[in-house]
Design a protein. Structure first.
Lengths: 228, 228
């Protein structure tokens, strides 16, 4: 039987790039607040026995997000996030027991149970695992306004969430990291702490919804799925 | 007055990832073959005085692509592409005069005249310029099935097309490159030849349509634009 695990669902972001003038997790998409979709997936994964929902400091937004998660079938522990992603994860870790924990961005509503399963299995075996997909664009390193280096694209991967870790290992990585570093994700923190991170196949559809047209894309995808 | 330029429009790709079982440039999107959209943009840029359309070897597909480009208002020189992207560009370069040439993937229908203008101006000044956008995901370098290195995301950019170059400089870069290298784009070839490549701001909307849901996204965006 699959090992039980916890999850931290990050819903504290401002959503500035969405231009919606509101908390990202509450932006309506296909008739639901964005966070509802990620919460509904988590509610359908039996091995995830504890969910910590990280919400913004604004109490009205926090209440609405928690209500949406409950409507999606979750019964989460709700904690208040911080200014940076890593502060929010740290806050969530405070409510997590020992064992494996998956950290997920609420803005990726198409991470499904199968993807969670792959990541949790790999983290159970190795301590740290993240989903990754090939990089579609050519990615370059810059110096000023010129290209400094073109890394071999076949050796690049775009890392997604959910990312899963042994909770103690992740806590130690957060404690060890330079406090001034605005780490983009937990994999970066764990790698910086010198720990190996296993890659498992991600999913092309598991995009982070960032721009207004991403919402349109998601709605189109849902509509196509319903008719298909 | 802006300097005159040529453009190479690459429409020789197979579109395997689209699963449409047909040439990518001919996949219908919002009522037109995909290539129509990129061709229509080029037709509306007066400084681009010569367009070389690179088509697949299959004569039926080639004819249909050329017809779509003409319907969009282009009067292109049509040449047959090769197995790899670089072979197709090389074929296109054979039909290009001296001066600045923009190389563009037909699968990016949302590169607009303003973006072409930025890239062409920068290439006129510096010899080589490409549009680039910040990278939304965490991109890592791998070794086996583990993360080997996490480059600083603030120094990464995703490179798009159109990419513009002095045609002679681009020809020399193609000739100098290791013949076995399946270079992902022309910027990579030019950097490998030791030439500086200027970066100009790309556009978030200027995505390469790769997966079936990208088509849905593009159609949603067109629909939103029409109603807005």
């Amino acid at each position: 039987m699959a090992r039980e695990a916890s999850a931290i669902l990050l819903a504290a972001g401002a959503g500035t790039r969405l231009g919606a003038g509101r908390t990202k997790a509450l932006v309506p998409v296909a008739g639901r607040p964005l966070v509802w979709w990620s919460a509904a997936v988590l509610a359908g994964i039996p091995r995830i026995v504890r969910v910590v929902l990280v919400v913004p400091g604004d109490p009205v937004a926090a209440d609405d997000i928690a209500a949406a998660a409950r409507e999606a079938g979750l019964d989460p522990v709700v904690v208040c996030g911080g200014a940076r992603r890593r502060d929010s994860v740290r806050a969530g870790l405070g409510a997590v027991e020992r064992g494996i924990v998956a950290v997920h961005d609420a803005a990726r509503p198409l991470a499904d149970a199968e993807l969670y399963g792959r990541v949790l299995d790999a983290a159970s075996a190795s301590g740290a695992a993240v989903p990754a997909v090939p990089v579609a664009d050519t990615v370059v390193e810059i110096r000023g306004d010129e290209i400094a280096r073109v890394p071999d694209r076949t050796r690049l991967r775009a890392v997604q969430t959910p990312q899963a870790f042994d909770a103690e290992l992740l806590r130690r990585a957060h404690e060890a990291a330079d406090p001034g570093w605005d780490a983009p994700d937990d994999a970066s923190l764990v790698v910086a702490a010198g720990t190996a991170v296993r890659l498992v196949p991600g999913a092309a559809a598991n995009r982070k919804l960032t721009w207004p047209e991403d919402m349109t894309w998601f709605e189109g995808r849902l509509a196509a799925g319903r008719s298909g």
